[in-house]
Write a protein that binds this ligand. Sequence first.
Ligand code: CTP
Ligand code: MN
Ligand code: MN
Ligand code: MN
Length: 384
Amino acid sequence: TKPSEVTPAILMKSYACQRRTPLKHHNSVLTDALEILALNAEFTKNEGRSVAFRRAASVLKALPRGVRTMDDLKDLPCLGEHSLRVIKEILDAGTSSEVEWTRQSEQFQAMKALTGVFGVGVRTADRWFREGLRNHLDLIHKSQKLNRAQEAGVQYYNDLNTPVTKKEAMVITVIVEKAVNDVLPGAIITLTGGFRRGKEVGHDVDFLITHPDEGAEEKLMPKIVNWLEDQGLLLYQKTTRNSYLENKDGPARPACNMDRFERCFSIFKLERSKLDSDTRIEDSSYNSGVTDGTQTHSGSTWRAVRVDLVVSPYSQFAFATLGWTGSKLFERELRRWAGQEKGMSLSSHALYDSKQQRYLPANSEEEIFTLLGLEYIPPSERNA
Ligand code: CTP
Ligand code: MN
Ligand code: MN
Ligand code: MN
């Protein structure tokens, strides 16, 4: 072949944290398919398989153009034999039989519906599926025993499964800023999660809170929660206190991905009038109609929105920001890079260098990337 006929090879790094992954990309048909298989692997507790499919999908998200032939995939990392087979089928026939079969299977649909209830994880959903439950309505009709989170999950099912818009996230940001600055002036509030990565919608709104005076942030969450509750803004909340210093193995225990910050998983009551004062609904008889145990939300003056609040000490703020911005795969890949390539252990609290046997402090995300020997990737390109 003459050089002009050769498609220039794409240099694709193998860790997602080494690559730029924009929100909008050119291969959604393929990545949607692979992510169905990833989700199904999660539902059947096959973590390894799930991550393999997610890594494959993530590589396709980082490509500068749409994949048209199998040749376009030459030399790309993370594409296993199974993922390649699925991609080939879609390129040849438009769909993959395995993906379509999975999508329509009773188990997949039930697991998707049941894990779609706030407070329900894969283990619980799987048990309920084997007991014959199929969706959130079965939880009411078969009078299933539910914990407080799941009760709220069923009650606000429709709202919580309606994507949160950027506009709603901004209104909630204003409320959270007011609450936090009222109880601790000078506190810093950062919007993290998907909205920081530039997403237009999300399943919740995530905030990280800190204060420049180390220690001033201690026991802050109960004060914020009280403020919000006094204003009637919370439909549900579960606060967990900071357990970081209780960990005798020292911070950043490598095996534990779950961070130990003071945090609050909550459901906000968001007044719709706050979103658009022109379309204010004055009729207070709305919200009274309850039919099947779930909230009827058409015409309601308010809606339920999931909000995550996390408080971090100032010295850990950079690590917490990086850890709470996501995406989940990007985070996982950062930790894998740190461990496998650098002999370091990264958490949302700290970075530990095993060779030097010491913690490496950092004041910004940029510094953490540098300490890890990585090129800085801005939040908008962490959509791995
Ligand atoms: N996270 C975490 N510990 C948890 C839950 C979440 O560290 N127990 C982190 C995740 O790693 C992620 C970030 O918090 O980086 C946001 O998580 P989440 O809200 O679940 O996902 P988003 O990326 O914000 O996507 P969505 O729009 O669906 O909310
Ligand atoms: Mn396989
Ligand atoms: Mn989120
Ligand atoms: Mn969240």
